[in-house]
Design a protein around this ligand. Structure first.
Ligand code: AMP
Ligand code: MG
Length: 480
C-alpha cells in the first residue's frame, strides 16, 4: 500500500537491538483532513503530491515498507536524568529519496506508545501548526532542522485545559538519533548495544569515519562540530530553542523538537520564552553553554568505546569537549563577519561585533531589524542609530569595511544573504494559528510564503517586520 504515493521506505533503525524501540500503532483518526501539505518537501522526498491522502498522513494507513515504532531514549530534562522515549511520536521508517538520502519519516500526535508514561500521545492543531511554521522558517533561513511535511486534523478531540482539535504532524529528519538515545544505551550498561548504536550513528551520519580505528572519538568530534556550528547559527538569528534537554539534541546536528521555541525580538541575552523555564536555564545567552554541557553528557556515554582504560578515555573525551568553544567562536565570528559585510578577517572583528551587541542591548534594539537596517538603508532606521554610541561604532565599521578588498556592493550582497529581513514574529505566528483554528488558513499560507524567502528583502515582507509588543511579553507553553 502507498507505493503509488511514492513511498520507498526502509527501516534500518528497527534492525537495532529490540531494547531501542517498541512497536507502535497509530491511533485511528476518525475523520482525517489534511490542512497543510508541503509540496516542495514532498517532491524532494520522491512523493507524488496528488496521491498523498489523509489516511496515510494521519497514520490510519501504513505504507508498505514502514515498520511503525516508538524510539527509546533517556535524557536530562532541565538537568535531571530520566528514561523517556517517543511518547507521542511514531517513526514510520526511512524514506529513500531520489537524491539518495535516507530520511526519517515520523508522525507526531498519533496516540500513545509504550513510552507515553500516562500521557495521551496526542497533539492539538495549534502546536502542530506552530512546529510546521517554525521548522520550515528555520529551513528557509539555512539552519539544519527537522522539517514538516503535513498537518492533518484527526477529527479526534484532545483534552488540554480546553477540548482542542487533534492533529498529526508528519515530520522528517536525517534521523531522530539523539544524545538521549546514547544516554539510554549507556544507562543500560550493555556495551555491545552501545557499540551497535554508535556504529549505526556513524554509518548514517558520518560514514567517512566508519573504517577508522578511532572512529568513536571521531564520532564525538563530528557531533561536537555540527552542534557548535548549529548553535552558532541559532545565535546569529536570535532563535531560542527553549527546551535544550539532551533528548532534544540530535547526533546529526539538526534542530529538532519545536515546542516552546521562539525568536527573540529585543536583543537581550537573558531572553526566555518558555513558561516552565523559570530559572532561565535555556535563555538565549545560555544556549552555547548548555549545548556544551549536553555534549559532555554525550561524551560520557561514549567512554567505554573511547578506550578500555577509563582514564585514557576521559582524556580523549576532554580533549574533544574543549573543541566546542573553539568551533562555536569560530562559526559565530564567521557569521557575524557576514552579517556585517566583512569578507576578510581582521583581529578586531570580534570586538567590533561584540561592541555592536552591547550598544544594541543598551538601546533595547530589535535584533533582526537592527541588521536589516544596516543591510538596507532604505528600510526603516531605528531611532537609536542617531545616538553617539552607535555613530562612533558605525564610523569604525565603515572604516573597517573600506579597508577590505571587496567592494561595497559585494559587502552588501553578503549582508543580504546573512541578515534575514523576516523571522517568525511571535504575534504573526499566533494570529495565523488562531485564524487557522477558526478555519481560515489564508493568513497562515501567507505567513509561510513570506517566511520561505527570508533573504529576499521584498516589499511584501515589510508588514512582517514589526516586532511583537514588548509591553506584553510572549510566553510559550510545554505540554502542548
Ligand atoms: P518534549 O518536551 O516534547 O521533548 O517531550 C518530552 C517527553 O515527553 C518525550 O518523551 C515526549 O514523547 C513526552 N510527551 C510529550 N507530550 C506527550 C503527550 N501528550 N503524551 C505522551 N508523551 C508526551
Ligand atoms: Mg523531545
Amino acid at each position: 500500500m502507498g507505493l503509488e504515493q511514492g513511498w520507498k521506505l526502509d527501516s534500518s533503525y528497527s534492525l537495532l537491538p529490540e531494547v531501542f524501540f517498541a512497536e507502535a500503532i497509530p491511533e485511528k483518526a476518525v475523520s482525517p483532513e489534511v490542512v497543510l501539505l508541503n509540496k516542495g518537501l514532498a517532491e524532494s522526498l520522491g512523493l507524488q503530491v496528488e496521491e498523498l491522502n489523509p489516511e496515510t498522513l494521519s497514520g490510519n494507513e501504513i505504507p508498505d515498507g514502514a515498520v511503525p515504532i516508538a524510539q527509546a531514549y533517556g535524557g536530562h530534562q532541565f538537568g535531571n536524568f530520566t528514561m523517556l522515549g517517543d511518547g507521542r511520536a511514531i517513526l514510520l521508517g526511512e524514506q529513500l529519496t531520489p537524491s539518495g538520502e535516507r530520511i526519517d519519516i515520523g508522525l507526531k500526535g498519533s496516540g500513545p506508545t509504550a513510552f507515553s508514561r500516562g500521557g495521551d500521545g496526542l497533539a492539538a492543531l495549534g502546536p502542530m501548526l506552530r512546529e510546521y511554521i517554525i521548522s520550515e522558517a528555520m529551513h528557509a533561513l539555512g539552519i539544519p532542522t527537522s522539517r514538516s511535511l503535513s498537518v492533518t486534523l484527526t477529527g479526534n478531540d484532545v483534552l488540554r485545559e480546553d477540548v482542542l482539535p487533534g492533529a498529526v504532524l508528519v515530520r522528517t529528519s536525517s534521523s531522530y538519533l539523539r544524545v538521549g538515545t546514547f544516554q539510554y544505551a549507556a544507562a543500560r550498561q550493555v556495551t555491545e548495544d552501545l557499540k551497535t548504536l554508535a556504529d549505526y550513528a556513524i554509518e548514517r551520519h558520518y560514514p567517512d569515519v566508519a573504517t577508522e580505528d578511532n572512529r568513536y572519538e571521531l564520532l564525538l568530534e563530528s557531533v561536537i562540530e555540527r552542534q557548535a556550528a548549529l548553535i552558532a547559527k541559532w545565535q546569529l538569528v536570535g532563535f531560542i530553542h527553549g527546551v535544550m534537554n539532551t533528548d532534544n539534541m540530535t547526533i546529526s546536528g539538526e534542530t529538532i523538537d519545536y515546542g516552546p521555541c521562539a525568536f527573540m525580538d529585543v536583543y537581550d541575552p537573558a531572553t526566555v520564552f518558555s513558561s516552565i523555564d523559570v530559572n532561565g536555564r535555556y535563555k538565549y545567552g545560555n544556549q552555547p553553554g548548555i549545548a556544551s554541557w549536553n555534549l559532555a553528557r554525550f561524551a560520557e556515554t561514549l567512554l567505554p568505546l573511547l578506550d578500555e582504560n577509563q582514564d585514557a578515555a576521559i582524556i580523549i573525551a576532554e580533549r574533544q569537549l574543549k573543541r566546542f568553544g573553539e568551533v562555536f567562536e569560530r562559526e559565530w565570528l564567521k557569521g557575524m563577519r557576514a552579517k556585517l559585510g566583512l569578507l576578510d578577517e581582521q583581529p578586531e572583528d570580534d570586538t567590533l561585533s561584540k561592541e555592536l551587541l552591547l550598544i544594541m542591548k543598551d538601546a533595547q534594539a530589535d535584533f533582526t531589524n537592527t541588521f536589516r537596517a544596516l543591510t538596507d538603508e532604505s528600510a526603516e532606521q531605528p531611532n537609536w542609530f542617531s545616538e553617539d554610541a552607535f555613530c562612533e561604532w558605525k564610523n569604525k565599521w565603515e572604516t573597517r569595511r573600506k579597508q577590505q578588498v571587496a567592494t561595497i556592493e559585494e559587502s552588501y550582497d553578503v549582508m543580504r544573504f546573512s541578515n534575514p529581513s523576516v523571522i517568525p514574529r511571535n504575534h504573526r505566528v499566533e494570529e495565523a494559528i488562531k485564524a487557522a483554528g477558526n478555519g481560515d488558513f489564508s493568513m497562515l499560507h501567507k505567513l509561510n510564503h513570506v517566511l520561505s524567502s527570508p533573504y529576499s528583502y521584498s516589499e511584501q515582507q515589510v508588514d512582517y517586520t514589526t516586532p511583537s509588543d514588548s509591553s506584553a511579553p510572549f510566553r510559550t507553553y510545554c505540554g502542548t
